[in-house]
Design a protein around this ligand. Structure first.
Ligand SMILES: C[S@@+](CC[C@H](N)C(=O)[O-])C[C@H]1O[C@@H](n2cnc3c(N)ncnc32)[C@H](O)[C@@H]1O
Length: 214
């Protein structure tokens, strides 16, 4: 579901910096060769992530859900000079392709790409984070938030993708709600009520929640 008309979306995209060669390549190869290409962030959201990151200039970013590496590349571009981005994904079938993209962008030394279940990988990571991007299985969003919140530095941000879930978050109480929709609705309520953060829900693409640690 698109929340604005196709014409307005095109207008927004045409007035947003275009993808460079690497991001175009990732998008093209994802659409040609990979299942569920709509999972990729794309130009508008990718540039938004890049801008947020450049404004924050973080030393450490954690991404949960690499897929083909599009959002990782966008965020890595905003890291501080010696900063690093740790990105986690459970799907090892895309490893060669993703590492190839990171190499091509000269980002392999900045991006620590780890394969496995994020629920198990996160507790084994050392140190704190300045920025976290949650973009994996919706059912575990609250678990991911709980795993990272105490490790986000003051002023750091947690971003979570797909928090409008194609508009299904408007489901009426008492109606039949699927598990993923319920998980996203619970996540949004939990963030809204969490006194440790201030937050804003951006209606960009499928919705991005930004929670800033107080
Ligand atoms: C929406 S895609 C990520 C898109 C990517 N961030 C982007 O914007 O281009 C979600 C990814 O989460 C991964 N994933 C799902 N469950 C996971 C888990 N438990 N641990 C780690 N990764 C997981 C999937 O394999 C998939 O690649």
């Amino acid at each position: 579901m698109e929340f604005i008309s196709e014409a307005l979306l095109d207008y927004c995209q045409n007035h947003t910096s275009p993808e460079d060669e690497l991001l175009s390549l990732i998008a093209r190869e994802t659409y040609e060769k990979v299942l569920m290409p709509r999972m990729l962030s794309g130009q508008l959201q990718g540039k938004t992530l890049e801008m947020f990151t450049k404004m924050l200039n973080p030393d450490v970013i954690l991404e949960i859900g690499t897929y083909t590496g599009y959002s990782a590349v966008c965020m890595a571009r905003g890291l501080s000079e010696n900063g690093k981005l740790i990105t986690l994904d459970i799907n090892d079938e895309l490893e060669q392709m993703v590492r190839g993209f990171f190499d091509k962008g000269g980002l392999s030394s900045k991006i620590d790409y780890r394969l496995g279940n994020a629920i198990e990988l996160i507790p084994a990571l050392e140190g704190n984070f300045d920025m976290v991007f949650i973009d994996a299985d919706k059912i575990n969003y609250i678990r991911y938030y709980d795993l990272v919140i105490d490790r986000v530095n003051q002023g750091g941000i947690i971003l979570a993708d797909n928090v409008l879930w194609s508009g299904k978050v408007l489901a009426e109480a008492g109606s039949k709600i699927d598990k993923d929709t319920k998980a996203i609705m619970d996540f949004n309520t939990m963030v809204q009520e969490d006194p440790r953060v201030e937050n804003v829900l951006f209606p960009i693409r499928d919705g991005i929640m930004m929670a800033r640690k107080l």
